[in-house]
Design a protein around this ligand. Sequence first.
Ligand code: MTE
Length: 401
Amino acid sequence: ETPDNWVKRNPNLIRLTGKHPFNTEARLPDLFKAGFLTPAHLHFVRNHGAVPRVSDEERDSWKIRVHGLVEREVDFSIEDLARLFPVVTLPVTLVCAGNRRKEQNVVRKSLGFSWGAAGVSTALWTGVYLSDVLDYVRPVRGKAKYVVFEGGDSLPNGPYGTSQKLTWARNKDKGMLIAWAMNGLPLEPDHGYPVRVVIPGQIGGRSVKWLRRIEVSHQESQHYLHFWDNKVLPTQVLPDQARGEKHWWYDPRYIITELNVNSAIARPDHEEILSLDVDSGEYIVEGYAYSGGGRRVTRVELSLDQGETWKIAEINYPEDMFRAVCHTDPVYGTLDLTERDTSFCWCFWSFRVRHSVLAECDAIMVRAMDEGLVLQPRDMYWSALGMMNNWWFRIAISKTT
Ligand code: MTE
């Protein structure tokens, strides 16, 4: 019995924290095979507590209170939002800051649970721009600096909440949404039904689910997890020192906002058995890559000799297909990326290698670079909360006879 066992869930997902709370990822090859848009039943889930139970009637009367340093405070229903502001749809990749943490936990146990490399998923999110809502309530000039979001789940240390800089939140190019649909359907309970925030290019933890309240404030979120979680602490801080008391490292500068550049190999998978035809066969190594802040992945490289030499993989950016169309319909509203040059989605890469070459190597490694010329590092940056792991991803190869 768990407090939210009324939620219908895909039994084939990998459970990362036992029965409760519900935290899951798909097997990476399954996620990868599903393609650019992840169906809800394969999308990773990160819940800190029980999912709030919201009936259809409660959805209709659900209010998002927008208040604080604004000229007019408003309680918006979802219908109000859809009526007052243009409805838009954006493809956005969400990534948990703990994606690939398992590799860190193998080196030294962190405070976080072990994500594989499938703590990343992409969906079409439909809602309204946060910037339109903020323009409507008119933040108080000079005083208002942050936008604080709060969810409807109740956690031991108070509700889930986090914040954004107001200047970013008002910038439509950042693509921040208040969303009620995912891939054209109402949000699933695990993904924030009836309404959530979607923050492109930043860690998933910023996309508050079951959105209840938006406060325009002079200071950033004071919510427990905003301050105590989702940070990359200095590597010298040990897990038992990381929480509970404010030490010198209890520093807002260590809070994570944007994602870092990252990539992983989905094919072959760890433990997969390959039968190779060394006389003529060719194998296609494949995987994903992403970066943060709207920055595009500009190169993906593979090494078959432990990082001595690197070769360029081919990159496919399905997000670009959306730049060619401007689509409007009653469900999605406007799906229009024609004017946008930021990249908020993962891309896929592939690399052909002869079976005879693969048979001779003992690891395949991948690394990506983004348009800020930031390259994934060779070495792991271990930290006590186990966040943002992005060292070169590797699949070890051993030979059977
Ligand atoms: N919002 C609320 N209210 N409660 C939560 O526990 N988890 C956050 C974020 N929003 C969370 C939340 C974290 S850490 C992540 S990574 C994303 O939701 C995950 O979104 P998803 O479960 O839809 O994939």
